[in-house]
Design a protein around this ligand. Structure first.
Ligand code: DX5
Ligand code: ZN
Length: 221
């Protein structure tokens, strides 16, 4: 069985009790903390930055923090997030001018690096940078908000991304973000994803362990 990772998006957490929410979701069986950074410029919403990432580390969070940058420009935030304790940093190739340089900058800062593809974008940006990538993140909603519906065309793109990863022979995670829940995670995994972001599907339920259990159960059947 593939090594599946569940990554709750804290966008749907109660920000007034963020440390406790992250502790609870990790205790409930989550693997990775998905950390959505929005700038009211690249996307029409405004969220959190390096200070909050640092605060989670100071609070005692040791799980990987997966920083999804929905910002433009990107480069000047990389050092700040690396210092704040980010583990993975992903960005949208259409938000930067020099994709190769930005990927290298993330790795040089000691983090795993990844590219994020919006629903309408093809995967061509991967063509010459597979050796600098640790994670490919496919958006299955238009970025900016939690609680949207999964866009079905993403399943075909997942299959294409899986083929590219397998053909490369590299250790690259394939992450999916948007509209993921117990009802569709099985077909999303079958299309090739191994890392699953879920925000509203987890945080809108009272029992995080139950819903994470449902997600894992749907991955094994
Ligand atoms: C959307 C964010 C997602 C979002 C997912 O722009 O990148 O991580 O929080 O939320 P759900 O799982 O509710 O679609
Ligand atoms: Zn995200």
């Amino acid at each position: 069985m593939p090594d599946y990772l569940i990554a709750p998006s804290i966008l749907s957490a109660d920000f007034a009790r963020l440390g406790e929410e992250v502790d609870n979701v990790l205790a409930a069986g989550a693997d990775v903390v998905h950390f959505d950074v929005m700038d009211n410029h690249y996307v029409p919403n405004l969220t959190i930055g390096p200070m909050v990432c640092k605060a989670l580390r100071q609070h005692g969070v040791t799980a990987p923090i997966d920083v999804h940058l929905m910002v433009s420009p990107v480069d000047r935030l990389i050092g700040d997030f690396a210092e704040a304790g980010a583990s993975w940093i992903t960005f949208h190739p259409d938000a930067v001018t020099h994709v190769d340089r930005t990927l290298q900058q993330i790795r040089d800062a000691g983090c795993k690096a990844g590219l994020v593809f919006n629903p309408h974008l093809g995967l061509e940006a991967l063509d010459y940078v597979m050796d600098k990538i640790d994670v490919i993140l496919l958006m299955s909603v238009n970025p900016g908000f939690g609680g949207q519906s999964f866009i079905p065309a993403t399943l075909d793109k997942l299959r294409q991304a899986r083929q590219r990863i397998d053909a490369s022979g590299r250790d690259i995670r394939l992450e999916i973000d948007g509209g993921v829940g117990p009802k569709n995670i099985g077909e999303i995994a079958a299309a090739g994803a191994d890392t699953f972001v879920a925000g509203s599907a987890i945080f809108n339920q009272p029992d995080y362990a139950a819903v994470i259990g449902d997600l894992r159960a749907a991955l094994t059947t």
